[in-house]
Design a protein around this ligand. Structure first.
Ligand code: SAJ
Length: 425
């Protein structure tokens, strides 16, 4: 690897492993800064799509960036890693059915990149990870490559540097947040952190905040658990308000006039691949110290059943009720259905035997779990509003927020998001 005037290694070749919601934008941003970037994904279709200058995920402006990077030859994709100066790992870290971290994709990434490592290289994990993962990753690489030294046992003089720098980007604003957000960079040693920060400084306008790998791992988990607990508080207030027959959105709006109070918005539950998952990584690492985090998960996971029960109650007395469920994605104005609480509500209603008309403008077919029900169909907003006596707002897409409220006048309405001014609950 070449060195700069200070004797530090310069990075010209980058390999990004995992080309999903985080990896592909990251690869494209570094390519746009002039690095030679190889994106690696196990999915051959994804690789072919990117090499054709196209994208397989919906994210504002990503298509233009990827297209430009591929056209200039700065970005290309492959199913296998190749030698580079630095490696960024952005593979999924889901949880198992019993809510334990499932690190099989990280293990596979370590095994696939180990053969191409050479002295002076840097490896950075961006995937959200339980505390200790980066050190274990370093040990796994070492087991694959006994000819090289690694920082978990060789310290600052190691041949390879290993760091953790969690992604913190918000879907829908990934390219902006990728460059503008501050970046936490945790090294197994301080030298590892400094070298990883030098890479990010090529693309990041925000600050690079240096720490240890273990702290960086906890920071990311803490951010998402904090948001989960905050949303759980709002959802618990909605449950309380329901019992006491109070409009929760009005109560929260009024409470938020206090200068030190900022309660979030209740909803049908917490979806997405991060906030509904990451808190369990903390619980798994410290089960006796995490009562609050666990309780928050319970409150949020209980919301879909609560909303479904409210829909059931609103349908009472109607002969063969038809239920419109507006929105399936986990939050507004995106197409991502992962862990969506809206889907959980529809599933419960379908299991209860209701005739459910789902409206989701961002998809062309129902997900498999809902397709299995003969009493659930995908409909247009007009079809659902013309047909159904009960209307449930589950995901507050713009189309629904801006809908003419007069269309709701003869309906029984459950607004799980408070998007229609909480005028009906
Ligand atoms: N939600 C509510 N009420 C609210 C806010 C959100 O019910 O007041 C719900 C949403 O509808 C959704 C869920 O919570 O179902 C999560 O949405 P979100 O917008 O809070 O977060 P994500 O999952 O899209 O992205 C989060 C972000 N983390 C934080 O804000 C701390 C993002 O910065 C992370 O990069 C991302 O997780 C990740 O990849 O970990």
């Amino acid at each position: 690897m070449p060195s700069d005037s200070t004797g530090n290694d310069t990075i010209t070749k980058l390999c990004v492993i995992g080309l999903g919601y985080v990896g592909l934008p990251t690869a494209a941003v570094f390519a746009s800064r002039g690095l030679d970037v190889l994106g690696v994904d196990v999915n051959a279709e994804t690789v072919a799509t990117i090499n054709a200058g196209k994208v397989h995920i919906v994210e504002p402006d990503l298509d233009i960036l990827v297209n430009g990077a591929v056209a200039t030859g700065k970005l290309r994709a492959s199913e296998v890693p190749a030698p580079a100066d630095a490696f960024i790992i952005a593979v999924p870290t889901p949880f198992t059915e019993d809510r334990k971290p499932d690190l099989k994709y990280l293990d596979a990434a370590a095994d696939s990149l180990a053969p191409v490592l050479k002295s002076g290289d840097m490896v950075i994990i961006e995937s959200t990870s339980p505390v200790g993962t980066t050190e274990n990753f370093s040990a796994r690489l070492a087991a694959n490559r006994p000819d090289l030294s690694f920082p978990h046992d060789a310290g600052d003089t190691s041949d390879i540097r290993v760091a953790h720098s969690p992604e913190r980007v918000l879907p829908g604003q990934v390219l902006i947040e990728l460059t503008r957000n501050d970046r936490v960079v945790g090294g197994i040693t301080s030298h590892c952190a400094e070298r990883a920060a030098a890479l990010y400084k090529l693309a990041v306008e925000g600050q690079c905040l240096l720490t240890t790998a273990r702290t960086a791992e906890l920071v990311k988990l803490a951010e998402n658990a904090y948001r989960d607990v905050s949303i759980a508080f709002a959802n618990e207030l909605a449950n309380v308000s329901d019992t006491l027959d109070i409009n929760p959105w009005e109560a929260i709006r009024l409470a938020n006039h206090h200068p030190r109070v900022n309660i979030l918005n209740p909803g049908p539950g917490v979806g997405g691949h991060c906030i509904a998952v990451d808190p369990w990584f903390i619980v798994d690492s410290a089960p006796d110290d995490t009562n609050l985090i666990r309780a928050a998960r319970g409150v949020n996971d209980g919301r879909p059943a609560r909303i479904a029960a409210a829909v059931s109650a609103a349908s009472r007395g109607i002969d063969s009720p038809r239920i419109a469920c507006l929105g399936l994605s986990y939050k507004a104005d995106i197409d991502d259905l992962r862990e969506s609480a809206s889907i959980a509500v529809v599933e419960t209603l379908a299991n209860d035997g209701f005739d459910v008309w789902v409206v989701e403008p961002h998809v062309t077919a129902l997900p498999k779990t809902l397709n299995a029900f003969s009493n659930v169909r995908l409909a247009t907003l007009n079809e659902a509003m013309d047909t159904c006596q009960v209307v449930t707002l589950l995901t507050d897409h713009r189309e629904f927020r801006e809908m003419d409220h007069a269309r709701l006048s003869n309906k029984r309405v459950i607004d799980s998001r408070g998007a229609w001014n909480g005028e009906a609950r």
